[in-house]
Design a protein around this ligand. Structure first.
Ligand SMILES: [Zn+2]
Length: 420
């Protein structure tokens, strides 16, 4: 039996399921990509729930959504809590939405109880975490923390040639009455609840994951340049076949990078071949590399090896390697981690420390304020699929732990690290 006195677990579940109807797919999933009609509708629903509870609502230039329970001390920095409302095209009901709805449920429960926190409690839904319609993702949290400029973000286009700027203007036009916050502001802390998206909690039979950090990630775009030729007439030894070079590189990368250790995760997920014709020797191959490891030293060494292996196996073709993402692994704030562990313990919820294998907006927030994450299990450890599932009691447990930590931070009188 999970104590959930700090929140209304039934209301949280009902709202999470109502939200999942927006962009619902036939196989039970959700297609609610960033800045789509579906996301606008989700905003409308969430804003309605917030206003019903007396929260103030606002957005910023990056299309982040803020729902605020006002605190009594105007000089105290706010506590930010949230996740994202956008999904993959064949996403599930819980990735992102669970975190936003758990934070909202906590704040609505405080407001209902007539409790006024010392600090503003701000529920946030970050714009475009998923990065499928507009790549790469985490645009809202990157703009908020200054990791990426808003003009560069606005210039990104989707496959229909619609820019983020156009889509953002459309979002803002749909909510003309929404107040506008400046882009980026100081916060005392950031908290995010998320489904684990992996199998660790389920296998260990734990309900709460106290996230220690997010594993580091590097991505590259590799372009192999060869020369076009007739598949029947060009002598084999004279060819500069870009697919042959790619095949050598891919085999060597998988064999050598994959053999570093069990924690190394190496993926070539996208390959494009030009001219991609059956009877033409390929002149160009462009491929992606996604490399992850929890240890920054190993990650850096593996990244250097990726480049060396590409250069070794490219000849007689040319190769250019462009680093795209270079996000070192991070450690979440130790004091916040302790508070999460204590809250789980207080509520008799089995908890464990866990490293996040996936990226989250919290990675960016951790650069500007103390940040931490709470994981809850998801069935079979699967996510980014339509049958993604979290048990109602696990959602309630995570939200209840989140609510206790939010209460610790927002109702206490001591100054935050940033104020001291
Ligand atoms: Zn997510």
């Amino acid at each position: 039996m999970v104590p959930v006195s700090l929140i209304n677990a039934d209301r949280l579940w009902a709202r999470l399921m109502a939200l999942a109807e927006i962009g619902a797919t036939r196989a039970g999933g959700v297609n609610r990509q960033a800045l789509s009609d579906g996301e606008i509708e989700a905003w409308r629903r969430v804003i309605g729930w917030a206003q019903e509870a007396g929260l103030t609502t606002a957005t910023d230039a990056a299309g982040n959504l803020f729902l605020t329970l006002a605190g009594r001390d105007r000089a105290a920095l706010p506590v930010l809590v949230g996740s994202h409302l956008d999904s993959q095209p064949t996403g599930g009901k819980f990735d992102g939405a669970a975190g936003v709805m758990a934070a909202l449920e906590a704040v609505v429960s405080f407001a209902e109880g007539g409790e006024t926190p010392r600090r503003d409690l701000i529920v946030v839904a970050w714009m475009n975490e998923e990065g499928c319609r507009f790549a790469p993702g985490m645009m809202g949290s990157e703009a908020f923390t200054g990791a990426r400029g808003i003009e560069a973000i606005r210039a990104v286009r989707d496959t229909s040639d619609i820019s983020v700027g156009e889509a953002l203007d459309r979002l803002h036009a749909a909510f003309p009455d929404l107040a506008r916050k400046p882009l980026g502001f100081m916060a005392a802390a950031y908290l995010e609840l998320h489904i684990e998206q992996g199998p660790v909690l389920e296998a260990a039979d734990r309900v709460i994951g106290v996230v220690t950090g997010i594993q580091g990630k590097k991505t590259f775009q590799v372009v192999v340049g060869g020369a076009e030729g007739h598949a029947g007439t060009l002598p084999q030894q004279e060819r500069r076949d870009a697919v042959a070079a790619f095949a050598r590189m891919a085999a060597a990368l998988h064999a050598e990078i994959g053999a570093i250790d069990a924690e190394t995760k190496f993926t070539i997920g996208r390959v494009t071949i030009e001219p991609n014709a059956p009877s033409v020797v390929p002149s160009r191959v462009t491929f992606s590399i996604d490399l992850r490891h929890p240890d920054n030293g190993v990650l850096d060494a593996a990244g250097a090896r990726v480049e060396a292996l590409c250069h070794r196996h490219a000849p007689p073709c040319a190769v250019t390697i462009t680093p795209l993402v270079d996000a070192p692994s991070n450690d979440f704030d130790s004091e916040l981690r302790e508070r999460i562990a204590r809250a789980a313990d207080d509520q008799d919820l089995p908890a464990m420390a866990i490293l996040s294998a996936a990226g989250h907006d919290a990675r960016h927030l951790a650069k500007v304020c103390p940040a931490a994450m709470i994981f809850i299990p998801c069935r079979d450890g699967v996510s980014h699929v339509e049958h993604e599932w979290a048990e109602p009691e696990h959602v309630a447990a995570g939200a209840s732990v989140l609510a206790q930590v939010m209460r610790d931070l927002a109702f206490a009188n001591q100054p935050s690290a940033a104020e001291a």
